[in-house]
Ligand binder design. Structure first.
Ligand code: SAM
Length: 356
């Protein structure tokens, strides 16, 4: 048996490889390996989630950000960015629309906006939880103190998405200004986990300066940290950033990594990201067929969708939007999957669904 196939079998059986082995798996990838990984990933995903695809309603609450991440379209030094912040009523209206459409998870994502004090957020969380006690709330609002995370958790937030971005310190420093550190990012992730949040980390595929070794380090980080969720999507350049002239990440590599991550943690909640659907029309379907089991349609008011531009060409009408849920359901059904109305929590009790 060749080494590539041997490593895939080892990963499938043990959920662990060394950094060198991950690197080998990425460097030497070919169609046969990609197909085998996909096959195993689909078996594992079905054991935990049958053919269900969970949906999360994404509410882009603000594009105001105090940070200056070199890759991000809403970085503070982008003076061309038309800034907005949703009001509490606007966010509640999004939840109301989303609930009626069948969403049972709301993801509140935004820049690190100073107006999001603990007091303001806790009041919002209590209102959402009061109106929709059967829904999960996911926050993705960046780095905060442990005390702040604790208050948000106590006010009803269930999950927190905070991509680690890259597990390599030097690479991290090439993507961020010096006031942002990998150490603090990891501190946040550890605090969130410790408090009791379901936590998501993740990284961009094809970010500038990323090496194969870096991706291997990311995989090892995921294996060690054992997140409940993992956001992995292609980097896409934004015209008003330092990386305007870089190229987008590769969809096939991204899907290959989704399969690997499914094998590292078979019950992980793994989104087929909007970025994947932006780089390729059928990107999200490809993601699901590679082992992903979550999609996050946009529930933000139409008037702000274009303003929350992390990268160029973000899809913001059509099947990515929550209002076109039926289209999404149809496209998932066409590839053998079913969008379900449920909170879609992580399946922790190893109970397996009957195989179709
Ligand atoms: N401020 C929060 C944070 O830092 O986690 C949440 C918002 S941030 C914009 C969400 C994610 O968008 C980041 O973690 C990053 O990986 C992703 N992102 C930003 N710019 C991107 C780009 N140019 N291409 C692809 N993904 C990007």
């Amino acid at each position: 048996m060749n080494k590539l196939i041997e490593l895939i079998n080892k990963l499938n059986n043990t959920q662990t490889l060394s950094i060198d082995e991950y690197e080998y798996l990425i460097k030497n990838r070919n169609e046969e390996a990609a197909n085998l990984l996909k096959e195993y990933a689909i078996i594992k995903r079905k054991e935990h989630y049958s053919n269900s695809v969970f949906v999360r309603g994404l509410i882009e609450v603000s594009n105001i950000c105090k940070n200056d991440c070199y890759y991000c379209g809403i970085r503070k030094s982008n003076l061309n960015c038309d800034r907005y912040r949703l009001t509490k009523d606007e966010i509640l209206e999004c939840c109301k629309d989303g609930y009626a459409l069948g969403f049972r998870t709301f993801v509140l994502q935004g820049g690190e906006d100073g107006a999001f004090t603990d007091e303001w957020l806790c009041d919002l969380l209590k209102c959402i939880k009061g109106s929709y006690p059967d829904c999960a709330i996911t926050l993705s609002l960046g780095e905060r103190s442990r005390e702040s995370y604790q208050k948000l958790y106590d006010s009803g937030a269930d999950r927190y998405l905070l991509r680690h971005e890259t597990a390599d310190e030097i690479h991290y420093s090439k993507l961020h200004p010096s006031d942002l550190t990998l150490t603090n990012r990891i501190r946040c992730l550890n605090d969130l986990k410790d408090i009791g949040f379901q936590v998501g980390c993740g990284f961009m595929v094809g970010s500038p300066f990323q090496t194969t070794k870096n991706i291997a380090q990311d995989l090892k980080f995921i294996e060690t940290f054992q997140p409940d969720m993992c956001g992995v999507g292609p980097f896409i350049p934004h015209k008003d950033t330092v990386f305007a002239n870089e190229k987008s990440g590769d969809v096939d590599l991204c899907c290959y990594l989704l399969s690997i991550i499914r094998l590292i943690k078979p019950n992980i909640l793994l989104p087929a990201t909007t970025a994947l659907g932006t780089v390729r029309n059928d990107g999200r379907e490809k993601g699901i067929l590679s082992g992903a089991n979550v999609v996050m349609p946009n529930l933000s008011p139409l008037s702000v969708r274009k303003k929350y531009a992390l990268y160029d060409g973000k899809i913001s009408t059509g099947e990515e939007s929550a209002q076109s849920l039926q289209k999404l359901k149809n496209s998932m059904q066409a590839i053998g999957y079913q969008v379900v109305v449920s909170r879609g929590d992580i399946n922790k009790n190893n109970n397996t669904f009957s195989k179709e």
